[in-house]
Design a protein around this ligand. Sequence first.
Ligand code: MLT
Length: 333
Amino acid sequence: MTYMTSLLAGTTLALSLALPVAATEYRVAVGDGAGGTQEALGKAFAAALAEESGGAMTAKLFLNGQLGDEQDTVTAAATGTLDFSILAINNITPFSPSVGTLTLPYVILSQEDADKVTQGEIGQQMIDQTIEDAGVRIIGWGYSGFRVLTNSKKPVATVADLSGLVVRVPKNEIMIETYKSWGINPTPMAWGETFAALQQKVVDGQDNPYMTINAMKFDEVQKYVTNLRYIFSIEPLIVSEALFEGLSEEEQAQVLAAGQAATQASAAFLRAEEAKIREDLVARGMEITDPADGEQEFITRATTTVWPKFYDQIGGKEVLDQVLASLDRPTAQ
Ligand code: MLT
């Protein structure tokens, strides 16, 4: 070895010892804008992933549907063209009907219910089923609060008040049938088109949690809020199963641990921020109405007509009964 080649070899060795292994940066699609639960979940995941992997794996968030509409990101992750996505559970249901149990009206009645169902045996069954049905793995659960109804036309307190309103819903059969049980035909529409449709008055209203209304600046185009509690919005973090399977066991454990840390951060974020966000929306001009008679007419109509229509899709009435039993509630009629 000449002096020059030994010098070069020494330099290469020194450099390779000094330089860290290049990090893999994953892309995370986020349906909503900044300031909501989805972003909080995503930021917590990115921080935890970098920490768990010693910087070898990082995650970059793409907010506001930049990487595709929420439902499209499920297909993209399943086919391996997208790494991770954070989206509302109702936008996974079309690909994995069993998670529809969590979008059946008036099943999840509090953040504690959401936590119990997603963190226990039932949550694990849903994770396994979603891998099988949709080719994506739920690795974290975001919690956004109840989907309240907003509209630009009038205060709504009763089922009858809904008459004459054109309400956008996600392309989700359960939600479509729920509004039908309340006497109106909703307009199914992709999430990415919703703000413009509200602004141009193609539709009068929509439903989403306070967190999401704030993150999407819907208060700029909506005035009236009805405090419905028909769906507690759960916002999973999913990873492409093909990507996950391609990781080493150690990396898989790091991804799962980061997802778990993000779940806890999301729960804390909702507890800490929801009341304040609601006050901010009122300060910015939104007017909140509570449903009449403790929401009883909404509840009775939705549970008696919608639940039975979806027993087959969710895997049988017993699947709903199992969820209700885990929440210490009576089985479905
Ligand atoms: C929807 O209404 O399509 C979703 O709830 C949007 C979201 O993820 O916030």
